[in-house]
Unconditional design. Structure first.
Ligand SMILES: NC(=O)c1ccc[n+]([C@@H]2O[C@H](COP(=O)([O-])OP(=O)(O)OC[C@H]3O[C@@H](n4cnc5c(N)ncnc54)[C@H](OP(=O)(O)O)[C@@H]3O)[C@@H](O)[C@H]2O)c1
Length: 340
């Protein structure tokens, strides 16, 4: 079943080889055709995430480059159209799809299938795709999945309990911001490690206290935390262990190979690896966002033509929350000019 207005040729950003933002090329491509169980969505807004820039540049955590080439493509990404999170309007559905119909606004996360950096994207009905609540703005909806799904999965694997003390390293990034918010909603007392410039943002997200990483040593004070959630790779399981109470958990979200190999040390646990992308988590995030309990910070909204400028900004490692890219200027107006 298809919307009569679906074009046959669309524009999409391609990664031609691993490298800087200059490897991105805007190309005309055939609109993807929904197979059995697929939903085709007209993309209204997407993001350039830290994951997109990692794949584009093959700038992966220590020890992961060869594994990365095997998984992603040896000399260039096997899937040349990046982009994992987006919001838009269902344009067509493949055979067997029962939950979605053309015309319906949705939020989706494609994970390794990617493909959101084009005018239309495919997502399996069984993947993370949920109706978009009417109360949710387009930019907020586009930015809900990447940080939110990662934070939800890691906090679940950590078994977060109300009253626990949680340290979030990198609280002003997309993942860190979601960790602060969701841990606080889960009843934890959260301390955020940020630069002084981003301390207010962390407090607004729900941090009870902040540590300025340029002025204070977050490793000072032994056995202080129940959970250390490291969204930067500033620590390792070995260096985080003395900071953790007995039974404490280190969340190695930006982990290198080392933290994937050692899972237990002196009564502490290390939780690492790719986060699960559960449809029910995206539904829970959309519900929380519709009630105003979660709002992913959005640093800027780029026009689609300026997507490489969003990659350049993500490359700095300094972005505050998410970089949204709009393909529907009316529904989601850009906040930066085309030249970035
Ligand atoms: N395991 C998984 O499944 C999974 C999923 C998603 C992401 N990740 C990984 O998680 C990491 C974080 O992703 P992200 O999207 O949140 O990144 P991001 O948005 O690019 O993070 C940028 C933020 O990090 C802060 N920052 C940089 N260095 C810092 C430091 N030493 N201490 C504290 N804050 C620091 C910056 O703030 P300042 O400018 O104030 O320093 C900036 O606001 C990435 O390595 C990504 O690859 C893993």
């Amino acid at each position: 079943m298809a919307d009569a207005h679906v074009p046959t040729i669309i524009q999409a950003w391609h990664v031609t080889r691993y490298g800087g933002p200059e490897v991105l090329a805007l190309r005309d491509v055939p609109v993807p055709r929904p197979g059995k169980g697929d939903v085709l969505v007209r993309v209204q807004a997407t993001t350039v995430s830290s994951g997109d820039r990692r794949i584009r540049s093959l700038d992966l955590p220590p020890g992961m480059t060869t594994l990365g080439r095997l998984a992603l493509g040896w000399s260039r990404p096997r899937q040349p159209i990046l982009g994992t999170e987006f919001t838009g309007i269902v344009a067509a559905v493949g055979a067997g799809v029962t939950r979605f119909r053309p015309g319906e606004p949705v939020i989706a996360f494609t994970g390794l299938r990617q493909g959101a950096h084009g005018a239309y994207a495919l997502v399996s009905e069984r993947a993370a795709i949920v109706p978009r609540p009417p109360a949710l703005g387009i930019a907020d909806a586009a930015a809900l999945g990447f940080g939110g799904l990662t934070a939800m999965d890691y906090l679940r694997r950590a078994g977060l309990r109300p009253g626990e003390e949680v340290l979030v390293v990198g609280a002003s990034g997309t993942v860190g911001a979601a960790l602060v918010r969701l841990a606080q909603l889960g009843g934890a007392s959260v301390t955020a490690v940020t630069s002084a410039a981003n301390a207010d943002m962390a407090r607004q997200l729900g941090a009870a206290a902040t540590i300025d990483y340029a002025a204070e040593d977050m490793k000072a004070g032994r056995e202080r935390w129940d959970i250390v959630a490291d969204a930067v790779g500033a620590l390792s399981f070995r260096t985080a262990c003395p900071m953790l109470r007995d039974g404490g958990r280190y969340l190695a979200i930006a982990s290198g190979l080392g933290d994937l190999l050692v899972r237990r040390r002196a009564g502490r646990r290390c939780i690492a690896g790719p986060a699960a992308e559960r449809p029910e988590d995206l539904a829970a995030l959309a519900h929380l966002a519709a009630r105003g309990l979660v709002r992913p910070p959005v640093e800027a909204v780029y026009p689609f033509e300026a997507l490489p400028a969003a990659h350049a900004r993500a490359d700095t490692g300094r972005k505050r929350g998410s970089l949204v890219v709009t393909l529907d200027d009316e529904a989601c107006p850009p906040t930066v000019r085309q030249d970035g």
